[in-house]
Design a protein around this ligand. Sequence first.
Ligand SMILES: Cc1ncc(COP(=O)(O)O)c(C=O)c1O
Length: 428
Amino acid sequence: MLYQRSSQLFAEAEQVIPGGVNSPVRAFRAVGGTPIFVKEAKGAYLYDEDGNKLIDYINSWGPMILGHAYEPVVNAVIERAKKGTSFGMPTALETEIAKLAVAMVPNIDKIRFVNSGTEACMSAIRLARGYTKRDKIIKFAGCYHGHSDSFLIQAGSGAVTFGTPNSPGVTQGTAKDTLLATYNDLQNVTDLFAANVNEIAAIIIEPVAGNMGCIPPAQGFLEGLRKLCDDNGALLIFDEVMTGFRLAKGGAQELFNIKADIVAFGKVIGGGLPVGAFAARNEIMNYLAPLGPVYQAGTLSGNPLAMAAGLEMLKALNNDTAIFTRLEDKTAYLETGIRKELDKAGIIYTINRTGSMISVHFDASPVTDFKSAARGDNETFKKFFHGLLKEGVYIAPSAYETWFITDALSYDDLDATIDAVGKVAVTL
Ligand SMILES: Cc1ncc(COP(=O)(O)O)c(C=O)c1O
């Protein structure tokens, strides 16, 4: 496959956009080479500026769960745009999507729409801090909750104390209120509560982690977190930006039958337009301005185009009773096929999967937290990535990302992908 035009476009972009991209992982720094510039996409396929067709396993990092250019969403956006694109005033559409989201997701009474997953998580912790009148939060190493200051905190090595910022610009003052824990290590979280009595406002977690590959919660882990929060007067925040409307209609709360106190959404909820949201029971949500003292706002929040897209997406997922089983079946089929090919080639690997989130790690041991995810062989991953790309299969350009499966994938696409893995595996 040729990437001449993408290379030219990237060189041009680098002159006027830092690193040539508007979000760092797109720059291919982790795998080397030149980012591919997309011209258009339809269903399960991307068509790039060089005329290549790729089977897409990123799907805009999650939102395109029903495939690219999904017609009901596209049509809703077009029709809505004709009537005005932003008012900064309430619309009936906002109530309609809010009602549907509240009906689909367990344990929430009210939802507030924002513009991104970052905003959703940032607002969720402000609300938790305001509601509990406590400052500290617990986050897990390797979990990503967007780029707001409180979350850009690096893991220490095992014994967790105060975090240190991992981006210049994040102050020590902010970092000291973020306590780091190890994913799937309940004792670690128990110790943090013991060392910070009545100081912890909330635990925030990706209930299935998707930002260090896909890491499912160990048996009893989420239940244990729920109990620790209850015992210590802290709130449990599920960051369902990836898992929401993907693992089940009601997300991870429904899949694992665990109640979170606040839930953050992004990605699928906007149908490919910039939307995030956070939601909780009345007593918590009523703490938000204008009802309560915790401030949160946005000029483009509840934007009519974004709400129209999100509403069509949620309606489609709500009305299709088989969608989540179909996604799971397709992803399980893919997993079986990839395993067979990697086994055949004698490759050392681990595959993690929950529903339609899946990741391949080039390491023999179980991948259960950030440390074990970081152990994977990056050189092999790079070869795997570029090998698949040559075969017309586009996975995330980083070993720390989950693959996002779309329902637009046919079994022929899955077979083609498995064949591609077979061809690449013998070269690793
Ligand atoms: C779990 C999770 N939370 C939050 C975010 C941030 O969302 P956004 O990129 O829309 O700001 C992401 C983005 O990948 C995410 O995966």
